[in-house]
Design a binder for this molecule. Sequence first.
Ligand SMILES: O=C(O)CCC(=O)C(=O)O
Ligand SMILES: [Fe+2]
Length: 357
Amino acid sequence: MSVLRTPPSTAKNIVRLPPLMLTTPQLVAEHVPCTLHPSVLPSDLACELFYTMLDASRGWKRNKWWLFDRVVESPHRTSFYARKTDGLDGDETWQEAARYWYNGRMSESPSVFPPTMEKACRIVEDIVNEEMKKRKPFNLEWGGDGQPVWRANVAASNCYEGAKDSVGFHSDQLTYLGPYPTIASLSLGTRRNFSLREVIPTDEREHRKARTFNIPLSHNSLTIMHASCQEKFKHSIPPQNAIDVFRPAFPRSPSESIEPSPCRINITFRFYRPDFRPLSIPRCKCGVPTILRPDMKNRTHGEADRYWWTCYAGAQNDGKGCDFWKLLDMLEEKRGPCVGFEKKNQHPQVINGQARS
Ligand SMILES: O=C(O)CCC(=O)C(=O)O
Ligand SMILES: [Fe+2]
């Protein structure tokens, strides 16, 4: 009777790899689609920005949303900022986009970048653009100026107060970022681990397993999640049993003493694309803007990747959403220009959301 048994799955024989700690910029670049840049801001600016954001964070909220039949709360506080001038088109509709930025939730109007954040942002932009010049762009990256140029027009900020605050594994929604975004993440305060884990495509599951990579993020370091990171990897800040307290290099003022802090502040500078403006985002049957997600399990390495728009109203509406589901079609939705679009008429040749060059 043994002939009737299904053959043992080869998946069982695949070696599970232990988590790997990536402690240098070289190791990071070798293993994940990210780059790590230590000590990016002048130390007095980094310290001032830490204090500014720490004070602001007292008013930040823990996001709440519905997951199936229960309300879940994010295990850290978060806020959203929109830049007054985005360096590209001065479009103010990002204020509107920001209202929907998290889990389909109508949130309060975002704050503008405080002056210290503006200063930091300019330094971050230069580093990001230098790094992007070294990388081969994906066809669907924004190509408005004929080449990938990155400008931060919004920022999401997080405060992790102590070892237990965290964020679970996720990839960032692409609704306003579009495909293959570049996200620049500045860390201030106490050091925490940033974990990355690849989503293994369905057709490769029999052959290999995902490995977790941990990157210790020190005060004043910049992690750039490059194009394809959101399509291939999920990331998280896991809770820890213990953390070192952070001792700022400078006091708030000459008359004050330095106070150690258990907090980590994170600012993710983002480029919301002009071709993914709020008014262009499809609405679902609930009348709420949909969210854009990549098909992480069926990747084709930039050849014919798929993205879809889905309802996210359920996250805020007692878990009750609709069945809206639509493939992103760059041509039909008149999006672009992208780096891979034909230069002559700026028209993409698209199959299922992927432009062919
Ligand atoms: O705190 C971090 O470094 C990550 C934050 C994050 O993943 C997010 O805001 O989407
Ligand atoms: Fe994220």
